[in-house]
Write a protein that binds this ligand. Structure first.
Ligand code: GDP
Length: 297
């Protein structure tokens, strides 16, 4: 198991007993431990470096309060800075879906959890907000993916757009829009095709769909266990398609959540939800406090 940051820091600060203020040397020693903790939590190296710079300048010279140990004080500064970086300007869990039918575009690599997350969000909108949702699969190259969405729709009692063989993604998106308007849907979700890697065709297709659907939200679904890869994928999708939020999946796994910090620091995009399992209710609003706790150990 990982050693938590408080334990690590108590070692560093054992020799320092209430000297009045955190000296630059003490803070430097503490930052070495913070750096190890961040890297163990799978935070990328450049992000860890930037983060430590910010914390170091805040901690140095800070008066040591009587009620806490210097170690606890540094942990608090680190914790507050983590929350500061993790918090986006969008409210986690809330989606912009006014003026129906509101299109939501779902993008991401194959296997990241896009189709499952589409169904999870649809279920949540239906159950928590009483929204009438239509889901459509645009993955014309993988009939199994289209069927998967239809099966999930049946499981959660959410309509899916009937599959028409031979239709291209843009035509499907247009049909979804028409169906959503005629059928009085509040939201329609477009589950775009995923690939194993980002390629030009994937991006061109998602961009073409974006242009006809004019989505209110474009949510990128990425596997939170893939660390730095997740960040690279997010950067690329955001550059090429423009995303409004991120969903980090597989946060029920062994990962320490460092991808969340890297994602926020590098892309600046808000993390809206986290996926916490295969079940269709295993989706939660992103909670910076919880992830910060996990990163600190
Ligand atoms: P897609 O190719 O991106 O559409 O990915 P899928 O939605 O088909 O998901 C791929 C696999 O990951 C499936 O077996 C899902 O059940 C699983 N999965 C999706 N989200 C999560 C999650 O948050 N946690 C876990 N443990 N598994 C997930």
């Amino acid at each position: 198991m990982f050693e938590n940051l408080s334990d690590r820091l108590s070692g560093v600060f054992d020799r320092l007993t209430k000297q009045g203020a955190l000296s630059a040397d003490d803070v430097k020693a503490a930052m070495r431990e913070v750096r190890v903790a961040l890297l163990e939590a799978d935070v990328s190296l450049p992000v860890a470096r930037e983060f430590i710079k910010a914390v170091e300048s805040k901690a140095t010279g800070q008066a040591v309060t009587k009620s806490v140990t210097p170690g606890q004080q540094v942990v608090k500064i680190v914790h507050d800075e983590l929350i500061h970086v993790l918090k986006g300007d969008a409210e986690p869990g809330a989606l912009k879906i006014s003026s129906p039918p509101a299109p939501i575009l779902m993008v991401g690599l194959q296997g990241g959890g896009k189709t499952t997350t589409t169904a999870k969000i649809a279920k949540r909108l239906k159950e928590r907000e009483g929204k009438k949702v239509l889901m459509a699969s645009l993955d014309v190259n993988r009939p199994a993916a289209m069927e998967q969405l239809a099966i999930l729709g049946t499981q959660i009692g959410v309509d899916t757009l009937p599959i028409v063989k031979g239709e291209d993604p843009v035509a499907i998106a247009k049909r979804a829009k028409t169906q959503a308007s005629l059928g009085g849907y509040d939201v329609y979700m477009l589950d775009t095709a995923g690939r194993l890697h980002i390629d030009q065709e994937l991006i061109a297709q998602a961009a073409a769909v974006r242009d006809v659907a004019n989505p209110r939200e474009t949510l990128l679904v990425v596997d939170g266990l893939t660390g730095q890869d997740a960040v690279n994928v997010a950067t690329e999708f955001d550059d090429k398609i423009g995303v409004t939020g991120v969903v980090l999946t597989r946060m029920d796994g062994d990962g320490r959540g460092g991808a969340a910090l890297s994602m926020r620091a590098v892309t600046g995009k808000p993390i809206r939800f986290v996926g916490l399992g295969e079940k269709l209710d295993a989706l939660e609003s992103f909670d910076p406090e919880r992830i910060a706790g996990r990163i600190l150990g």
